[in-house]
Design a protein around this ligand. Structure first.
Ligand SMILES: [Zn+2]
Length: 344
């Protein structure tokens, strides 16, 4: 298979174009390093300004979407101990948070002195939602370029719940553990107005209304937007702060974080990930993490060889079959469902 000679995007990636040197358009169109350093510094300045404004407020200063993985745990530490912000951690439990990740979160929340809310939707609902996420039309093709349908389902629900919590509790900042390359640079500090935020919430809810599920409780409603005195700012600090992976690992380990050995190399917290990736690869013809790892390589946060190594690791069959068993559906049956509904 032909790959971009600079990042790791394959020729099967939708809309990819290689130039005569075999470089993809994402690598070619990347702003020069000086420009990115400048942009990052600007984002950092805006974040530090906001942090100093909200620090005097009485309630929570930030709502951290916490997976229990290394990056979001490190972000939580930064917010709490470097920026001295009162954080509320929120975890969306899709029914597949690994026991090791749960242990980590219990230890870390106490060690960092953080309040923690876990919401775990009823598992039968999650089963139906995951099965529906492979169907063509559930998500726009663009959304599937960055993550599998199953991941999109979790992220949609997690985002909706987090936003509802932030509005209900009047939290001025929603914090995410995305690292550079995982999201576009300008998205790392977003100050949406009410209208934008409401549109975002509606877009996140729409796939579920489409599958005819009652999901109002998982998303903010019009009354939340009307009652909230301020709209929370979206912040992904790892995108614009200076940090190194080894340093992050050292910090979280010093606070009791242990690397889970029960998940796959692309996710240190979710047991569903391998399964979701296998379906995505078979359905779409490229790895669900191709775009993310390509971004990390492009931004210089991962060696190309390391990204290639991760993309080449075959899904562990026992992990895939145990997930299939819990979901009550086989990989083949899901792919068949995707084909049949695609033909309709
Ligand atoms: Zn490339």
């Amino acid at each position: 298979m032909k790959l971009c000679t600079r990042c790791v995007l394959p020729e099967t990636f939708p809309g990819i174009e290689f130039d005569e040197e075999g470089v993809c358009q994402y690598c070619r169109n990347m702003p020069p390093p000086e420009r990115r350093i400048e942009q990052r510094a600007k984002l950092r300045e805006r974040f530090e300004q906001l942090a100093s404004e909200v620090r005097a407020e009485s309630g929570y200063h930030g709502l951290m979407s916490w997976s229990g993985g290394k990056d979001s745990t490190y972000t939580l530490w930064l917010m709490r101990h470097v920026y001295n912000l009162r954080m509320l951690a929120f975890t969306f439990d899709n029914g597949f948070v690994s026991p090791a990740a749960m242990d980590n979160m219990r230890t870390i929340a106490d060690n960092l002195s953080i309040d923690h809310i876990i919401i775990r939707p009823a598992f039968p609902f999650m089963q139906r939602a995951f099965a529906a996420s492979v169907e063509p039309g559930m998500y726009p093709p663009k959304a599937l370029e960055r993550a599998s349908g199953i991941c999109n389902t979790c992220m949609g629900l997690a985002k909706g719940l987090a936003l509802r919590l932030a509005l209900e509790k009047d939290v001025p900042m929603m914090v995410y553990g995305w690292s550079p390359g995982q999201i576009p640079l300008p998205s790392a500090f977003l100050r949406p107005n009410r209208k934008m935020l409401q549109a975002m919430a509606e877009a996140a809810a729409s796939p579920f209304t489409r599958m005819n599920e009652h999901v109002a409780a998982y998303f903010p409603e019009a009354r939340h937007f009307e009652a909230a005195p301020q709209m929370p700012v979206n912040v992904s600090p790892l995108v614009f702060l200076d940090w190194r992976e080894e340093e992050a690992l050292e910090v979280v380990q010093a606070h009791g974080w242990k690397r889970p050995d029960d998940t796959d190399p692309n996710s240190t917290n979710c047991l569903l990930n391998t399964f979701a990736n296998q379906i995505h690869a078979q359905q779409m013809g490229y790895h669900a993490y191709a775009m993310e790892l390509a971004g990390l390589v492009r931004e210089g946060y991962m060696q190309r060889d390391e990204a290639l190594r991760r993309l080449a690791i075959p899904p562990a069959p026992d992990l895939v079959s145990s997930v299939a068993e819990r979901l009550g559906v086989s990989v083949d049956a899901l792919l068949e469902r995707a084909r049949v509904s695609g033909a309709n």
